[in-house]
Design a protein around this ligand. Structure first.
Ligand SMILES: Cc1cc2nc3c(=O)[nH]c(=O)nc-3n(C[C@H](O)[C@H](O)[C@H](O)COP(=O)(O)OP(=O)(O)OC[C@H]3O[C@@H](n4cnc5c(N)ncnc54)[C@H](O)[C@@H]3O)c2cc1C
Length: 189
C-alpha cells in the first residue's frame, strides 16, 4: 500500500523455533546457549534448566522437514513450532512524508545477528527524535527525513557485513555470488 520497495541482502532464509523437554541425556552445558553452525544454516540451543530447551534453526528456504534439531530428535517437543521469513531485507526508503519505519518494519536480519531488539529500540528512539525535529523545524523536514534514512541504511549495511563475516568464519555458506551488496528483487520471498 505504501509502495516501499524491498532490497534483499541474502538468499531466501527461513527459521523455525520451538521448545523441547530435556533430561539427563542432554549433553550440552545447561548454563549456556549454544550456536551450532551447519553448511546452509545453524541451530541455536538455549537451555531453560532443569527441564526445557528452546531451540531455533535457520536454513535456506527449500525442501525442509522443519523438525526439531538433531540434538533433540528423541525429545518431546512442546507447543507449536513457529516459522518466520528471515531473508535479510531493507525497505527503501525507510521514510517518506508523514511516515517513518523503524525496527523490523524498516529492516530485518536473522536472529544470529543478535541485533533485533537493539535495532528496534535504537531506531525507535531515533525516529521519535526525527519526528520532533520535523515538527520543530518544519522547513527542514525533508532534510531530517533524509538524514534518518541515511542513518538507518548505514547501520543496517554495517550489520550485514558483520553477519556475513561471522557466517564466513563459521563455514556457513548461504550466500551465492549474486547476493552482493543488496539486490533489488521483486520476486515474492
Ligand atoms: C526465532 C527468533 C529469535 C530471535 N532472537 C533474537 C535475539 O536473540 N535477540 C534479538 O535482539 N532479536 C532476536 N530476534 C529478533 C527480534 O525478535 C525482532 O527483531 C524484534 O522483536 C523487532 O521488534 P519490532 O518492535 O520492530 O517488531 P515486533 O517485535 O515484530 O513488533 C511489532 C508489533 O506490531 C504488531 N502489529 C503488526 N501488525 C499490526 C497492525 N496492523 N496493527 C497493530 N499492531 C500490529 C505485532 O503484533 C507486534 O506486536 C529473534 C526473532 C525470531 C523470529
Amino acid at each position: 500500500m505504501l509502495k516501499f520497495k524491498r532490497r534483499f541482502y541474502s538468499p531466501p532464509l527461513i527459521c523455525w523455533t520451538g521448545v523441547s523437554k530435556i533430561d539427563k541425556t542432554f549433553s550440552y552445558d545447561l548454563t549456556a546457549a549454544h550456536f551450532i553452525p551447519h553448511k546452509d544454516g545453524w541451530t541455536w540451543l538455549a537451555p531453560q534448566p532443569p527441564d526445557y530447551c528452546a531451540w531455533t534453526m535457520l536454513s535456506m528456504k527449500g525442501e525442509k522437514s522443519f523438525l526439531p534439531p538433531e540434538e533433540l530428535k528423541n525429545n518431546i517437543t512442546f507447543n507449536t513450532i513457529h516459522f518466520a521469513n528471515m531473508r535479510w531485507r531493507l525497505f527503501r526508503p525507510v521514510c517518506s512524508e508523514g511516515i517513518l519505519l523503524c525496527g523490523d518494519a524498516a529492516g530485518i536480519l536473522d536472529p544470529a545477528a543478535g541485533q533485533g531488539i537493539f535495532n528496534a529500540l535504537l531506531s525507535g528512539i531515533t525516529v521519535a527524535n526525527t519526528v520532533v525535529m520535523c515538527i520543530q523545524e518544519s522547513d527542514l523536514a525533508a532534510f531530517h527525513l533524509a538524514h534518518y534514512d541515511d542513518w538507518f541504511v548505514r547501520e543496517f549495511e554495517g550489520k550485514v557485513e558483520q553477519l556475513r563475516l561471522y557466517y564466513e568464519e563459521h563455514g556457513i555458506t548461504v550466500f551465492g555470488r549474486e547476493q552482493g551488496a543488496g539486490s533489488r528483487d521483486k520476486s515474492a520471498d
